[in-house]
Write a protein that binds this ligand. Structure first.
Ligand code: ATP
Ligand code: MG
Length: 400
C-alpha cells in the first residue's frame, strides 16, 4: 500500500496571475496527463481550489510517477499527499504524527506545522490545530524538533471537505507548461546540440515539431533511428513531437555539382532553413530552433550565421548561442540525450564536407553561386517537401 493518495502540484506564480491563469493550468493538466500515460495505474488530474492535483485511483509506483512528473515543465514542486476523511482533532494528531514518523524515520530535522482551515465547520481554529499537532509530532518523533522561523520541513495540513496532509516537496523542472507559448520547428540532427536547444525552448512553454534532413544512402537507417531516439528522449519533456524526415540527398548532390566546394556547407544550411521554414509555416509554427552556438564550427561564425539567417523571415531561436560545448554537454547529460548523441552514425552534414569551408561567407557571393542551382532547385525543394515522411513520436508505448 502506498502511503500517499495524491500529489499536490506546486507551480511558480510568476506570469500566471490574472486572465492567463486558466490557460496555464489547463496546459499543465494536459501535459501531466501525457506524462503519466506510460505509468502503471490510474490517475485523475484535476484543477480544484486554484491548484492542480494528481489523484491516484489505483496502486502505483511512487518512483515512476514522481520521475514522470519531474519532467513536466511548469511544475515547481511535487508534494505527495495523504488524503483522509475528516476526523476529530485527537485522531488527526495521531494520524499526522504517524505520517511524520514514516516521512522522517531517521536523521534530525527541525519542523513546524502549518494548518489551513478552509472548512470553517471544523471546530478548532488553525492555531489550535498547529499547537496540538506540533505536540503530537514531538512526542512521536524524538528525532524532530520545532523551529517556527526557519524549519527544514513543514508539515502542511489542509482542512477542506477532506483532510490533506503533506510535507515533502520534490523539485520539478520549473519553466512553463508546454503549449502555452505556441509551437516552433526544431532542426534536429543527431548531434549533441539540437536536442538541448529543443529542450530549452520547450521549457518556456513552447510545443515542438522537428525536422531531420536525411541523405540516404549516404546516411544509414541507424542515423535516422538515432534521431528518432533523440526525439523520443526529449519528448519526455516536450510531449509528443511530429518529426518530419526530409530526404535531402538530391539537393545535396546538386549543390555539390553546381557550387564551389568551400561554400557547400553554408549553401546546404540555407536550403535546410528554407525547407524548415516552409514546413514551419504549413504547421502553424511561429519560429525555427537550431542548436547553433557562435564559433563552434566554420558554419557558425557570426558571418556564417548571418548568411544562413537571411533566407528566413520567421524568427530563428538559437538558445545555445552563448554556451560553450562543455555547458551544452552538461545539459545533455542532465536531460538524458548525451549517450544517444555520441553514437557514431553519419549525419548529412558530415558527408561532402569541404576541407576548408569558408568562415567569412559574403551574402552576395553566396547568392550569386546559388543561381547555379536555378534550373532544378525549385522542383527539388518541392519534391523534398511533398515526400515529407512524418513520424509521430511520443513517450507512450501502449502496453502489450
Ligand atoms: P548538433 O550537435 O545539433 O548536430 P552541430 O554542432 O553538429 O549541431 P551543425 O552540424 O553545424 O552543428 O548544425 C547546426 C544546427 O543545424 C544543428 O544544431 C541543427 O539545429 C541544424 N542541423 C544540422 N544538421 C541537421 C540535419 N541533418 N537535420 C536537421 N537539422 C540539422
Ligand atoms: Mg550536427
Amino acid at each position: 500500500m502506498n502511503r500517499y493518495d495524491a500529489f499536490l502540484i506546486k507551480y511558480a506564480e510568476i506570469g500566471i496571475k490574472g486572465k492567463n491563469r486558466h490557460v496555464f493550468e489547463e496546459a499543465l493538466v494536459r501535459q501531466i496527463r501525457i506524462a503519466l500515460r506510460p505509468c502503471e495505474g490510474h490517475f485523475n488530474v484535476i484543477r480544484t481550489y486554484g491548484r492542480v492535483f494528481v489523484e491516484a485511483k489505483s496502486e502505483f509506483d511512487f518512483e515512476e510517477v514522481t520521475e514522470a512528473l519531474s519532467h513536466v515543465f511548469g511544475i515547481w514542486g511535487i508534494c505527495p499527499v495523504a488524503v483522509h476523511d475528516l476526523m476529530p482533532l485527537e485522531e488527526l494528531s495521531k494520524t499526522a504524527a504517524a505520517f511524520m514518523r514514516e516521512e522522517y524515520p531517521q536523521g534530525s530535522h527541525t519542523f513546524k506545522v502549518r494548518t489551513r482551515r478552509m472548512n470553517k465547520e471544523y471546530p478548532q481554529d488553525s492555531l489550535e490545530i498547529n499547537a496540538e499537532l506540533g505536540h503530537a509530532v514531538l512526542e512521536a518523533c524524538p528525532n524532530l524538533s520545532v523551529d517556527v522561523h526557519t524549519p527544514e520541513v513543514t508539515l502542511c495540513v489542509e482542512i477542506r471537505e477532506k483532510l490533506y496532509i503533506y510535507s515533502q516537496v520534490i523539485p520539478g523542472p520549473g519553466g512553463l507548461p508546454v503549449g502555452v507559448g505556441g509551437k516552433c520547428m526544431l532542426l534536429l540532427s543527431g548531434g549533441i546540440d539540437s536536442p538541448v536547444a529543443g529542450y530549452m525552448v520547450a521549457k518556456r512553454g513552447v510545443r515542438i515539431d522537428a525536422v531531420y534532413f536525411n541523405a540516404p544512402p549516404y546516411t544509414s537507417e541507424r542515423a535516422l533511428q538515432k534521431v528518432i531516439d533523440l526525439a523520443r528522449e526529449i519528448s519526455v519533456y516536450t510531449g509528443p513531437i511530429r518529426l518530419h524526415n526530409i530526404n535531402f540527398t538530391e539537393i545535396q548532390l546538386y549543390i555539390y555539382e553546381q557550387c564551389p566546394h568551400d561554400e557547400l556547407t553554408i549553401i546546404m544550411r540555407r536550403y535546410m532553413m528554407r525547407i524548415a521554414e516552409r514546413l514551419a509555416m504549413e504547421n502553424e509554427c511561429l519560429g525555427l530552433i537550431t542548436g547553433e552556438s557562435i564559433g563552434q564550427v566554420a558554419s557558425q561564425t557570426l558571418a556564417a550565421l548571418a548568411v544562413t539567417n537571411e533566407v528566413c523571415t520567421l524568427p530563428v531561436f538559437r538558445p545555445l548561442i552563448g554556451f560553450d560545448k562543455e555547458e551544452i554537454v552538461r545539459v545533455s547529460k542532465k536531460i538524458g540525450t548525451y549517450e544517444t548523441s555520441i553514437l557514431p552514425y553519419e549525419d548529412c552534414c558530415t558527408i561532402f564536407v569541404a576541407k576548408h569551408p569558408v568562415t567569412k561567407p559574403r551574402a552576395e557571393v553566396i547568392r550569386k553561386h546559388e543561381h547555379n542551382l536555378d534550373e532544378k532547385i525549385e522542383e527539388m525543394v518541392e519534391r523534398a517537401i511533398a515526400n515529407d515522411d512524418i513520424i509521430n513520436i511520443s513517450n507512450y508505448r501502449p502496453q502489450q
